[in-house]
Design a protein around this ligand. Structure first.
Ligand code: FES
Length: 362
C-alpha cells in the first residue's frame, strides 16, 4: 500500500516580516524580499498549487527557518505514488529535521521516491558555513547576513570560549548591535522544550552575531532596526523645542524634515503655507514608517501602509492619516507639544488640521 505524502498547496506571509532574506535564500522561486518596500512577497507563480507542491521541502524549510514565524502554508495529503517529484531533493532532510513543527513532522512521512534536482530551479544561495547546534531561525539569519555581508566570519572552535567570556562581561548597552538583536530574537521566541537548542547554544549564536557584525551589510541591520524600533522607543518629554523658525526656511512644500524623528518621535512637514509636526507612529498597528524621499511618501514596513507627504493615508491597512501634534512659536522657538494631538479620521476628514494649534503659518 502506498504511503502518504504531504504537499504544500498554498503559501503566504503573515504580518511581521523583518525582511531578513532567509526565506528567499532557501526558496528563491517562491519568496521575493523587497527591501525598498520593507516587505516580502510570494512570487506570482507560487500562488499556484501545482507550482508549490514540488517545492514542499523548500517551503517547509523556509517556514522553519523564519526568525519571526510569519511563513504559513496549507498542506494536503496524497498517496506517495500520486505525488510529484520534489524539485529539491537536498531540502528534504531539512524538512524532516523540523520536528517541533507539526506540518514538517507530517512531511517526514517521506518524500516522493526518486526525487531529483530540477534543472529549472535557481541554484540556492547557501553559505559555505553555518554555526552548528544553533536555533535554525538564528542560523538562517546568520546565513542571510553572511550572504549579504560577503566576508562575514563565524567564530567557533578554540576561539569561542574567550569570545563568549568577553561578551558575557559586557552590560547589554555595551554589546555590539548584532549581539543585542540576537538576544532579543531569542527572547521573543516561545519557551524552548526538551530536545530543542539550549540558551547556551543560542547565546553562542549571539556571539557569532557579534563577531560577524563587521561583515554584515547595512541593509540587513536596517531590516532588524525596523523590526526593533517599535518595541524599544522611549517616550520623549511632551514639549520639544526645535530651534528658531528660520531653521526650516529651506523646507519646500511636500518635503519632510527628519531631524526629530528619533529624539522627538515626529517629523516636521511643510505644506503649501504651513509647517506641521507629524507623529512617526503608523495608525494601523503602531510600527514606524520610513520617509521615502524619492517616492515622496511614508511607507510602513510592517503591513505596507503608505502615507502622502502630508501624512494622509492612501494605501495599505492604515485607517486614517498620521497624527499631528500641537506646534507653535514660543520665545522665538518652534515648540512641538506631544501632549496635544490632532486626529484626522480619514483621508477626506482632515478639518482638524486647520486648528490654529495644529500648524505654524510660513
Ligand atoms: Fe500595519 Fe503600519 S503597522 S501598516
Amino acid at each position: 500500500m502506498s504511503t502518504a505524502v504531504k504537499l504544500v498547496t498554498k503559501v503566504w506571509i503573515a504580518p511581521g516580516c523583518i525582511v531578513c532574506d532567509a526565506c528567499e535564500t532557501t526558496a528563491p522561486s517562491v519568496f521575493e524580499v523587497k527591501h525598498d518596500d520593507g516587505t516580502c512577497l510570494i512570487r506570482p507563480a507560487a500562488l499556484d498549487a501545482e507550482f508549490t507542491k514540488p517545492l514542499t521541502p523548500d517551503i517547509i524549510q523556509a517556514a522553519e527557518e523564519c526568525p519571526v514565524d510569519v511563513i504559513k502554508f496549507d498542506l494536503i495529503e496524497v498517496p506517495a505514488d500520486q505525488a510529484p517529484k520534489f524539485a529539491t531533493a537536498a531540502a528534504a532532510p531539512a524538512a524532516d529535521k523540523a520536528e517541533p513543527h507539526a506540518p514538517a513532522a507530517a512531511h517526514a512521512e517521506g518524500p516522493a521516491p526518486g526525487a531529483k534536482a530540477s534543472p529549472e530551479k535557481p541554484a540556492p544561495k547557501k553559505p559555505t558555513e553555518k554555526p552548528k547546534s544553533t536555533d535554525p531561525a538564528i542560523a538562517a539569519l546568520i546565513a542571510a547576513a553572511t550572504i549579504r555581508g560577503g566576508a562575514a566570519g563565524i567564530i567557533k572552535g578554540a576561539d569561542a570560549p574567550s569570545a563568549l567570556k568577553e561578551i558575557q562581561k559586557q552590560s547589554p548597552d555595551k554589546l555590539p548591535p548584532d549581539a543585542r538583536y540576537a538576544k532579543v530574537i531569542e527572547q521573543s521566541k516561545p519557551e524552548k522544550k526538551d530536545g530543542e537548542p539550549s540558551r547556551r547554544e543560542i547565546l553562542s549564536a549571539g556571539v557569532a552575531w557579534g563577531i560577524m557584525g563587521l561583515g554584515v551589510g547595512v541593509p540587513s541591520l536596517m531590516g532588524f532596526q525596523r523590526f526593533m524600533m517599535p518595541n524599544v522607543l522611549e517616550e520623549p518629554e511632551p514639549k520639544f523645542r526645535c530651534g528658531p523658525l528660520s531653521r526650516f526656511a529651506n523646507l519646500q512644500p511636500g518635503e519632510v524634515d527628519e531631524t526629530f524623528k528619533n529624539s522627538g518621535k515626529f517629523w516636521i512637514i511643510r505644506e503649501e503655507e504651513r509647517l506641521a509636526a507629524v507623529s512617526i507612529v503608523c495608525t494601523h498597528l503602531g510600527c514606524i514608517p520610513n520617509w521615502l524621499g524619492n517616492d515622496r511618501k511614508f511607507k510602513c514596513p510592517c503591513h505596507g501602509s503608505g502615507f502622502k507627504p502630508n501624512g494622509t493615508n492612501f494605501e495599505g491597512p492604515a485607517p486614517r492619516p498620521l497624527e499631528r501634534f500641537k506646534i507653535n512659536i514660543d520665545a522665538g522657538q518652534v515648540v512641538v507639544d506631544r501632549s496635544k494631538k490632532f486626529l484626522a479620521m480619514g483621508p477626506n476628514d482632515t478639518a482638524v488640521w486647520n486648528d490654529p494649534d495644529a500648524s505654524i503659518p510660513v
